[in-house]
Design a protein around this ligand. Sequence first.
Ligand SMILES: [Fe+2]
Ligand SMILES: [Fe+2]
Length: 330
Amino acid sequence: MATAAAHQTDTAGEDTATGGYERAFDAAVAAEERVEPRDWMPDAYRATLVRQMAQHAHSEIIGMQPEANWITRAPSLRRKAILMAKVQDEAGHGLYLYSAAETLGTSRDELLDKLHSGRQKYSSIFNYPTLTWADVGAIGWLVDGAAITNQVPLCRCSYGPYARAMVRICKEESFHQRQGYELLLALSRGTPEQHAMAQDAVDRWWWPSLMMFGPPDDESAHSAQSMTWKIKRHSNDELRQRFVDICVPQAASLGLTLPDPELRWNEERQRHDFGPIDWAEFRAVLKGNGPCNEQRLSQRRRAHEDGAWVREAAAAYAAKRTGRAEGERA
Ligand SMILES: [Fe+2]
Ligand SMILES: [Fe+2]
């Protein structure tokens, strides 16, 4: 949308000029034009995007931990190769998103620092433990599935670099969701013990997955403004309902039950009704009191410290190459 704001600078006084920029920005967003890094944007729009993209990037890299726990214990070479590819994808998603956030003028170091000091959050879902191999399947089916439901509309987000990163991420998430589904199907059709393991994993991951869509609409602090800015396209409750409606027939094909006695088809609404979510649990985990909050953060800090030599070596190599290129030019 580089054109829209450019004609608003000839007004006298800074306030009037900013007002003009703001009107042009609002009009461009309303007209579905993409906002690019060099365009003028309101400070609050920039801050909202940095917060959301950082939280998203942090979730991708923290999300590697619960599943990576199972790489060495995968039951076959095929399953190990799939899981390694999936966990590597998540690292890649983190990289795309940190890079996209950098276009808004915040460095990756700054964002990681905020993660490590607890000043920025990651998705609460990753504070639950992965107790059995079936959890790898439940995470792929439900957690990656919920992520896709949330993220497909982000491919049309008004901020260009975020929207473009999401296109590739969503393609990879779709592979993650299918591998989880296929893994659960194999267990569900296996021995009675394997079937029970799959059911137990779904029982534990179902409700936290529904919490991934965030608080109910009437309690969601940033939703309305994000919708106006076209960062967000659908409300939390709308997306949650969409996810439930997708999962019910999939659970039936898997031969597994969703742990909600109130779950049933509502003929009038043409949607599924479902039971109440335990928001007290959600808030407790968000506050840092989930089963794995401390473990996830300390492991992340340790990984960052252990990787310091790699960052230093890469910086030294880049400096050497720049020096050589400058020498050649001289
Ligand atoms: Fe991801
Ligand atoms: Fe994923």
